[in-house]
Design a protein around this ligand. Structure first.
Ligand SMILES: Cc1ncc(COP(=O)(O)O)c(C=O)c1O
Length: 351
């Protein structure tokens, strides 16, 4: 295989693109009077401080993230959820109707949906029965038009981490982008790949504030990658993709690393307890090991169990139609109270 070269990957129209230059891009110093961005200078009567456009590059947040993650700010992109980070990779690197990507189902649905929206072919190398990568199959799918391989670890919905050596094998041998989606990494004991950016120019690591940080409502995702890949992100992103209110809250939230770590410990302890309590219920056939904040649970008659729980006001995810997840429910670890309610209710289910 040829070696990695970002210029071979970026779409030509993106290479040629003159990006939008906002008022905040053209002037970012100190001034007394700002009349450059067509904002409303009077401000909203009750929320005056939101009359200005936010920092398009979220530099303060990146500086804090840089300290927390040990990654230079220049290697960080912040998106409107990781979903935006996913979509922008298609827009920056995949020519519609021509290029392809590889996914390893069952996995997070947006890799496929974003590909479909962008008219990019998706090639599938299903996970092996132990939910690990089928490297041999993956290799057969790669051709000159393969731009991205998506690896989700810990994987949604199977909850396991992908073997590190297998990911390294892909990183070492595939000349396109290897995206490792680490949305659930904080719930696992495995090391993140964010420290490996200097080792692998083709590596993109996705993380999010939606899971361990407990901030799904804010819509903040992060991509960590080479400066070249971050440059492509910045070139094509909507100018102000993270609003001021979100930036303000995120800046405060990032001071709470210790609290977040405690919360992670609580959820991991609850995950263990929930798995123990579910495992003795007659309806439960198997609980897969989890490195995430959810459990994949094989039951007798998933659809009926799902409906039974719904009838009691408890919503879980029925994954029984998903390859390798026959008769499986995906159950998020809730609060201790919610978990008790779930166990009690499911205990009353008779298939
Ligand atoms: C693997 C994975 N990646 C990304 C996301 C989306 O994250 P965000 O809320 O940052 O868009 C999810 C959400 O469930 C997920 O499971």
């Amino acid at each position: 295989m040829t070696s990695f070269n970002i210029n071979d990957l970026v779409r030509d129209n993106v290479k040629k693109l003159t990006p939008y230059s906002s008022a905040r891009d053209e002037f970012s110093g100190e001034a007394k009077v700002f009349l450059d961005a067509n904002e409303n200078s009077l401000g909203s009567p009750s929320l005056k401080w939101y009359n200005r456009y936010p920092d398009p590059h979220q530099l303060k947040i990146k500086e804090k993230l840089s300290q927390i993650k040990g990654v230079p700010a220049a290697n960080i992109f912040i998106g409107n959820g990781s979903d935006e980070c996913i979509d922008l990779l298609y827009r920056g690197f995949c020519n519609p109707g021509k290029d392809n990507v590889i996914i390893c189902p069952p996995t997070y649905g947006m890799y496929q949906v974003s590909a479909d929206i962008n008219d990019v072919e998706v090639r599938k190398a299903p996970l092996l029965p132990d939910f690990q990568l089928d490297l041999v199959h993956m290799e057969t799918l790669v051709d000159d038009f393969t731009k991205i391989i998506w690896i989700c670890s810990p994987n949604n919905p199977t909850a396991n981490s992908i073997h590190r050596e297998d990911i390294e094998m892909v990183l070492n041998n595939f000349p396109g982008l290897v995206v490792i989606d680490e949305a659930y990494i904080n719930f696992s004991r495995h090391r993140s790949f964010v420290q490996e950016l200097s080792e692998y120019p083709n590596l993109v690591v996705l993380q999010t504030l939606s899971k361990a940080w407990g901030l799904a409502g804010l819509r903040v995702g992060m991509a960590f990658a080479s400066e070249e890949v971050i440059g492509v992100y910045n070139k094509i992103k909507p100018p102000y993709n993270i609003g001021q209110a979100t930036q303000d809250i995120v800046l405060k939230a990032l001071d709470n690393v210790a609290e977040v770590n405690e919360m992670i410990q609580t959820l991991v302890a609850e995950r263990k307890l929930l798995a123990e309590q579910l495992s003795v219920l007659p309806v439960v056939e198997h609980i897969y090991p989890s490195d995430a904040n959810f459990l994949l649970v094989k039951v007798d008659s998933a659809r009926k169990a799902y409906d039974f729980l719904l009838d009691k006001g408890i919503v879980v995810r029925d994954r029984s139609n998903v390859q390798l997840c026959e008769n499986c429910l995906r159950i998020t670890v809730g609060t201790p109270e919610e978990n008790k309610t779930l166990v009690k209710s499911l205990g009353g289910f008779r298939p």
